[in-house]
Design a protein around this ligand. Structure first.
Ligand code: HAM
Length: 420
């Protein structure tokens, strides 16, 4: 029988590179934790209606990419393609918005699923770390989120990314623009599918990557010219706050996101070393989403950064994260008595917070020392019958090869001193 493989469009995270993923998640989360965002975890699947209404019936995510299924009990569910609708659903369900303490600030980290055509940087199972600030309309909140995402990327050492910024207007001005855009688009030479898109989601046509389409879009009405005064002022304030914070951004009047819930501020972080899947993160304001899923009016803003693509961005910039060694000390026992005694020392060292591992399986000295070197440990703790008879173990520096005899009951202190 042939062995199994990970399903198409997925991959496994395995050591040692998996450590980089954990560190990236951590680095994205750290500024959020430090800015009043509380951790939330929601189920990996939800009622399919939540995404259909939340993300939008006309989006690719809902029409083509959703893992939707019926359970044995007859429930219509879908694996979550994104985190915003679920997070808002959970906040409403728990009445977090009624605590009189708005905005409700939440962050999350987890797996998401989209049935996309797989390629480098585009997977069917991927990871995001996201943040949502629910229930307040304040340009400083939009700015805060962009500043925090920027801070995360900077803390990882990334510099080859750009922040694209746009405003999609609100329920006053966007319908007027939408109608004007539809008028323009209906006069173009477009295929059937794109013509259908004009009627359901005309803004997405602006996002068409084909050159034949882009050429015809020259002269299309721009949303920028249709923004109402309130949206214009709001957007200007977001821009000013970012500038004052020293966060560089590019105005991108053509930026349209792949989810329908956005209003006003939208943004994308793109990395220039990633080829076609260059969006490492994105987000924006979604003032109408709560009402779309049956809640009260709760203007909100958020983003999600893709962990997989952030790791690829690190690779593209040649950045290796400075991660703590998985193992600092590796214990090598020679003989049964040494196994018993050193195993005890390993437990002691671990309790003292020293990352320690042990040569399991009764390996001979040569093999055990090979494992010690492979583990990346700085020190080996070696003991045979003769050392033990004298109440000693050998502490070997694996870089210099230098070896010192240490009294058994001084091992923890000596190891600490050697690692300091
Ligand atoms: P999104 O732009 O669809 O937004 O996804 C955010 C990020 O997730 C992308 O920029 C990308 O890095 C990553 N991502 C998306 N799809 C894939 C994939 N197939 N493979 C690898 N990475 C992927 C959202 O999901 C919104 N919920 C963000 C948001 C939060 N808006 C407001 N609050």
């Amino acid at each position: 029988m042939s062995t199994f493989q990970a399903p198409k469009g997925t991959y496994d995270l395995i050591p040692p590179s998996s450590a980089t993923y954990l560190a990236v998640r951590e680095a994205i989360a750290a500024p959020l934790r430090n800015s009043g965002y509380g951790y939330i975890e929601t189920p990996g699947f939800e009622n399919v209606e939540l995404f259909a209404r939340g993300v939008g019936e006309s989006t690719d995510i809902v029409t083509k990419e959703m893992y939707a299924f019926e359970t044995k009990g007859g429930d219509q569910l879908a694996l979550r393609p994104e985190g915003t609708a679920s997070t808002l659903r959970a906040a409403l369900e728990a009445n977090l918005h009624k605590g009189g303490n708005l905005p409700v600030k939440l962050w999350y980290s987890g797996s998401y699923y989209r049935y996309e055509r797989p390629q480098k940087g585009r997977y069917r199972h991927f990871s995001q770390v996201g943040a949502e600030a629910i229930g307040v309309e304040d340009p400083a909140l939009d700015a805060e989120l962009i500043i925090l995402a920027n801070q995360s990327y900077r803390s990882l050492g990334l510099s080859d990314f750009r922040i694209l910024l746009n405003s999609l207007g609100d329920k006053e001005c966007r319908p007027v623009y939408r109608a004007a855009l539809q008028d323009f688009l209906r006069g173009l030479e477009l295929d059937e599918e794109t013509r259908r898109r004009i009627e359901i989601n005309p803004l997405r046509v602006l996002d068409d990557k084909r050159e034949s389409v882009q050429e015809q879009l020259i002269g299309a009405p721009m949303l920028r010219d249709y923004l109402c005064e309130a949206c214009k002022t709001y957007h200007e304030q977001v821009r000013e706050l970012l500038t004052a914070a020293g966060v560089a951004f590019e105005d991108d009047p053509k930026l349209v996101r792949g989810l329908d819930y956005y209003t006003r501020t939208t943004f994308e972080f793109v990395h220039d070393g990633l080829g076609s899947q260059s969006a490492v993160g994105g987000g924006g304001r979604y003032d109408g989403l709560s009402e779309m899923i049956g809640g009260p009016a709760l203007p909100s803003v958020g983003w999600a950064l893709g962990v997989d693509r952030t790791v690829l961005a690190l690779e593209a910039e040649g950045i290796t994260l400075d991660l703590p060694a998985a193992t600092s000390v590796y214990a090598v026992p020679l003989g049964e008595e040494a196994r018993r005694v050193l195993f005890g020392k390993v437990t002691e060292l671990r309790l003292a917070g020293v990352a320690t591992d042990f040569a399991y399986g009764g390996k001979g000295l040569k093999n055990a020392m090979k494992s010690a070197n492979r583990s990346g440990a700085r020190l080996a703790l070696v003991a045979g019958e003769r050392d033990l008879a004298e109440g000693l173990v050998q502490l070997k520096d694996l870089q210099s090869g230098e070896q010192t005899a240490v009294a058994l009951d001084a091992v923890v202190d000596e190891v600490r001193r050697a690692l300091a």
